[in-house]
Write a protein that binds this ligand. Structure first.
Ligand SMILES: C[S@@+](CC[C@H](N)C(=O)[O-])C[C@H]1O[C@@H](n2cnc3c(N)ncnc32)[C@H](O)[C@@H]1O
Length: 222
């Protein structure tokens, strides 16, 4: 392993540790930024029906909404603490399978009609962008669809390596500091990059830092 890839493994491990430590407080964070409600409305309009794969489900922020549409749902996250909270937020007997896995090593064991990601893409290092989208492609059935929600919100205090770096510092309520990845995508640039990888995904900005993407593989309509 090169020094550079060892450093990135360390950063990704710290990112996993941050979210595990933050899990009990995650749903309490104030997210009243402009445009925050628009992606939820867009997700209902998208109608994530059929078999749905939710990547980095966290504490089930979106899982109950997905279950309003999905026939069945597989929700993957690296953090057992997050998964335990998510499991408590779905109705008993809901057709959901929770999987604890590191998405940078995980391979889907089946294909899905929809792949959904809530606030995950911005935590994928740029160097893994292409391989991550290969995972999405491998998980999608023919004519499968993708929906993601994300934001490019970064506070001045967390830019400990400067605004040009995608590594930021986050703190848990007890003050412990962790480095995580936060890539501040601009929607138009993200859409163009995805087109270059063979995706036809429209990335829509909101009035604030949030955006959402909806689409599928280029050349596969509907
Ligand atoms: C910003 S939270 C998003 C949670 C939820 N989807 C939402 O929209 O609120 C990022 C999630 O990614 C998970 N995560 C971090 N690194 C991961 C990895 N390598 N593999 C899988 N999940 C990971 C964290 O545990 C956390 O639940």
């Amino acid at each position: 392993m090169t020094t550079q890839s060892a450093a990135q493994e360390q950063l990704l491990s710290e990112q996993r540790a941050y979210y595990s430590a933050f899990a009990p407080d995650y749903l309490d964070q104030p997210l009243d930024l402009p445009g925050g409600g628009e992606p939820a409305t867009a997700l209902d309009a998208f109608r994530p029906v059929g078999s749905v794969l939710e990547l980095a489900c966290g504490p089930g922020t979106w899982t109950p909404q997905l279950l309003r549409h999905a026939a069945d749902l597989t929700a993957v996250d690296a953090s057992p603490e997050m998964l335990a909270i998510a499991a408590g937020r779905v109705p008993p007997g809901a057709p959901v399978r929770f999987v604890e896995a590191d998405l940078f090593g995980w391979e889907p064991d089946r294909r899905y009609d929809v792949v959904f990601m809530g606030c995950w893409l911005s935590h994928v290092p740029e160097s893994r962008f292409t391989s991550f989208w290969s995972l999405v492609a491998a998980a999608l059935a023919p004519r499968g669809r993708v929906f993601f929600v994300d934001d490019h919100h970064r506070t001045p205090e967390e830019l400990v390596e400067g605004p040009a770096s995608s590594t930021v510092e986050r703190r848990t309520p007890d003050g412990a500091a962790y480095r995580i990845v936060k890539v501040p995508y601009e929607p138009a640039e993200l859409e163009r990059r995805l087109r270059g990888l063979g995706w036809d995904i429209t990335v829509t900005p909101t009035a604030g830092p949030f955006y959402w993407g909806a689409g599928g593989r280029a050349g596969e309509s509907g």
